[in-house]
Design a protein around this ligand. Sequence first.
Ligand code: FEO
Length: 165
Amino acid sequence: MQLSKSMLKALNEQVTHEFYAAHLYLSMSAHFESSNLPGFARWMQLQSKEENGHAMKIYKYIHERNDRVTLDAIDKPPTEFKKPLDVMKQALEHEKKVSGLINNLYEMAVKEKDYPTQVMLQWFITEQVEEEKTASDIIELLKQVGDAPAGLIMLDRQLGARAGE
Ligand code: FEO
């Protein structure tokens, strides 16, 4: 079974959305680098890498279905950010938006009775729950820290310990 034209278009768009997320988080990482928060910077850089992985998962899937990806332009991400709490809130909002996009894709796959795409998307649905939870947890920690510099330094160390390269 071939991907429908509308499904191919929507999956292609999702590849671009995931690359945009990678761009956004890398921009946040650059902000943290220049804010003397290397742990936050590392965490965001790894997050950006994960988003690249998400884009490539869909990229590979489209080709597995014997179709082809058409890459599109990636929007310029914001480059100016506020406090860590605001940045993490912005990241959470973005994840919620992505969850909505994934849910829309799934709905489309259900309507079209495209079972392989449903199975592929299930991984993303689970991933989105995790991504939203992780961002929310960091927001909670940041709220507890408030304006205490010592707390922020500790949290920076904690985030910097995130596994990955
Ligand atoms: Fe690719 Fe963070 O969702």
